[in-house]
Write a protein that binds this ligand. Structure first.
Ligand SMILES: [Zn+2]
Length: 110
């Protein structure tokens, strides 16, 4: 799923609130504020021994924030950041493999 300009505004507000600008140094290369936000929401899915894909298993929508100096990547939960609602994540699952809201989202349990 591509991030819209409105989503990017939401994400920037989230990051401003949660990630103090004074603490945005890369923990690997120590570069300051060389972060790039991906324009796509990715997801990780449940590991399946043997290499298969569990189509109905839980997934976790993530936004990647990459240090452009060394490649270290921070992954932010797109639901908590306000970019993806559990409903929209389930709707997008009809276009591709799998989906469920992440189980740690206590307030979003069905
Ligand atoms: Zn870095």
């Amino acid at each position: 799923m591509k991030i819209t300009d409105a989503d990017l505004n939401t994400l920037n507000q989230y990051l401003t609130e949660k990630w103090n600008v004074a603490h945005r140094r890369c923990p690997v290369c120590q570069a300051e504020n060389l972060w790039s936000i991906s324009d796509t929401v990715f997801h990780v899915s449940e590991f399946c021994p043997g290499g298969g894909i569990i189509l109905s298993g839980p997934t976790l929508p993530l936004i990647c924030i990459v240090c452009t100096n060394c490649g270290y990547t921070i992954m932010v939960n797109a639901i908590i950041a306000g970019i993806v609602t559990p409903q929209s994540e389930q709707a997008s699952s009809q276009e591709g493999p799998s989906q469920h809201a992440p189980s740690q989202e206590g307030q979003h349990h069905e």
